[in-house]
Design a protein around this ligand. Sequence first.
Ligand SMILES: [Zn+2]
Ligand SMILES: [Zn+2]
Length: 134
Amino acid sequence: MNCFTHPETAAVGICKACCKGLCPACAVEMDGAISCGGECETYIEQLNKVIRESSTSSSAAFVVANRQVRQQGIILIFFGIAFLAFAYLAWRDGAGKMPWLFAVFGLLFGVFGVVRLRRSSMYPIDKPGKESGG
Ligand SMILES: [Zn+2]
Ligand SMILES: [Zn+2]
């Protein structure tokens, strides 16, 4: 592909706004993009501004995701405790192999719940208070 304005010169990039080929003399380097200048330059400037603004609002999505993962973890741990309680009751009543089954399910739910809670801190946006490991 050659430059739109200088057909003899090889293009080094494409204008992000109008998709014309641009040689080094025509290309206007911008924030992560190339434009042919003029109206295209202003257009890309506005586009970049919108992208920057929308990227700051995506942190709210992270907060919601964190909350959902944490809620799931709490529910799983709650089920785990409930199963362990069932296991204890069944064991006390001497119900054969049932207590072990409940206990295994309880432990599984508990482990999954803890994993989920730990994963919720994987997202970059979290409460200001930083947890110190160990
Ligand atoms: Zn252009
Ligand atoms: Zn050119």
